[in-house]
Design a protein around this ligand. Structure first.
Ligand SMILES: N=c1c2ncn([C@@H]3O[C@H](COP(=O)(O)OP(=O)(O)OP(=O)(O)O)[C@@H](O)[C@H]3O)c2ncn1[C@@H]1O[C@H](COP(=O)(O)O)[C@@H](O)[C@H]1O
Length: 111
């Protein structure tokens, strides 16, 4: 695992914006899980009474909402729900002590 602080604002060699956004968001998620600040939705997921199940349920809900948006041909809503989905997936990876870089490696290995 790489140090979260090193990834904040990180850009890949080709300056890919999505890589930078995912790296910064993941670093923020990890930091919320460590510091558990009051008022943080992310921190509330790490301390939820349902534990990991809360995030798993959210992933199910956001997936359904993304599917419905796609079926409605509502591109704006599809992007919104896709962002919710990716965010919750990153929270799950952080809870499992996995890393967004591990996800990147898994995807790149399929090229
Ligand atoms: N990217 C996200 C993010 N995406 C989704 N969510 C939250 O996930 C929840 C989604 O659940 P629901 O679909 O039930 O929520 P909803 O009220 O119906 O809203 P929508 O479906 O319209 O999104 C909402 O509370 C959203 O605010 C997020 N909460 C936080 N972040 C980021 O996480 C980082 C830490 O933020 P804090 O959690 O505020 O510390 C920051 O970079 C934030 O931008």
């Amino acid at each position: 695992m790489s140090d979260a602080s090193e990834r904040v604002g990180a850009e890949t060699d080709d300056g890919s914006e999505i890589d930078a956004v995912l790296a910064e968001l993941f670093a923020t998620i990890e930091s919320r899980g460590e510091e558990l600040p009051d008022g943080s939705y992310t921190a509330s997921l790490f301390t939820h009474e349902k534990g990991e199940n809360e995030v798993l349920e959210k992933l199910g809900e956001e997936t359904t909402e993304a599917i419905l948006a796609a079926k409605d041909d509502d591109d704006e809503e599809l992007l919104h729900e896709s962002a919710d989905l990716v965010y919750h997936l990153l929270v799950l990876l952080a809870m499992k002590d996995l890393d967004v870089d591990d996800l990147g490696t898994e995807l790149r290995d399929r090229f």
